[in-house]
Design a protein around this ligand. Sequence first.
Ligand code: FAD
Length: 379
Amino acid sequence: VTQEPAGADATGPDLHRALARRYPRRRPARAVRVLGAGSDDRKAGRELLALLDRHGHTVESAAEALVAFEVPDFYPFAVGLDLVAPVLAEYGTRAQRARWLPPLRAGAEIWCQLFSEPGAGSDLAAVSTHAVRVGDGWRLAGQKVWTSRAHYARWGLLLARTDPAVPKHAGITCFALDMCAPGVEVRPLRQMNGDDHFCEVFLDDAPVPDRDRIGAVSQGWAVALRTLAHERSALAGRTGGTVASDQLLRVAHGRGGGHDGVMRDQLARAVVTLKIQELARARSAALARQGRPEAAASGEKICEGAAVRAAAAVALDLKGPEGALAADDAWSTLFLTGPSLSIRGGTDEIQRSIVGERVLGLPPEPRVDKTVPFAETRR
Ligand SMILES: Cc1cc2nc3c(=O)[nH]c(=O)nc-3n(C[C@H](O)[C@H](O)[C@H](O)COP(=O)(O)OP(=O)(O)OC[C@H]3O[C@@H](n4cnc5c(N)ncnc54)[C@H](O)[C@@H]3O)c2cc1C
């Protein structure tokens, strides 16, 4: 989250007092929670963001103070806070920042990310939603999918093709879409963990004024890459700390899991995976301090997903039929959310390619359509 430097009472007494009046002190985590799964308390999140805003803080500048309290989940606001704010800082105009950042930071306006399409996920540069110039604005047509929280977002960060005559990466433009504009239809999808956080979005000649274009025309791929880099770091960071070994061991002790040889073996493997996740996070933080935040984000994201899945699988085994049947059990929600961690924000396979190419310097994957005009590519 981009912000002004923290003021004199950065983590000072005022903010602490305000937080303490409203929220209980944090205790060692007993419940497990991942990326807002099973919960969607926008009101509570908005109140906290508004409180921080009144004290001149953002989530990031208040991070030190926030860890001391049981505060609500920010996940409904994550696209705005983690992706859109830094992207606007880099690519937005002064007028765009003035218009969008204050309500975004205060939690008054939620953003969603309109990137993925039925034919463009891992190969995001294949987006075929197109934007055509009409007067001093644009008209958008096409379909987006897996758009988290589109059904209550006020704005969407969107990629659209503005020039199909050039190779795919060169003809994309980034826009902010008013989700209340005519021609925007949102249909929520239900996920296997019970959430209905993500949606299909249909665009039928939806108007976008040119002032809502982010970055230059047909330079949207650069904006997309920056957004994805912020997303990788944020997803890894936000999942982090969800499950600690001691939470898992607590379940094991409660169920007598320590006496069963097979279960002990599975537990040990899960605890090792959680430890690797912790080390990956520490490495990522160290690289971030050296000014290379992106170098470890892909590896960290892979480790986070593996750790959550391993821990949730063992917890459910320990709980037996009760774990599988209790739909409102946090471990059960975690178990059903785990697979999505290897997909959202770029699949594990794509993260491995990023590590191979950009971190280890291995030869790039073959990309046969890189230089072909988009209109001539096979889709
Ligand atoms: C919970 C959740 C929330 C999401 N929220 C959003 C959102 O808010 N906004 C948004 O725009 N998108 C969102 N997504 C979409 C997500 O970014 C895509 O699902 C993801 O990028 C994968 O794209 P895809 O589903 O089209 O799969 P595909 O790209 O079709 O991939 C299918 C399989 O092929 C593999 N594969 C594809 N290409 C390669 C390759 N080159 N090398 C090796 N393997 C490959 C993949 O790893 C995968 O296993 C969300 C997804 C989930 C699960």
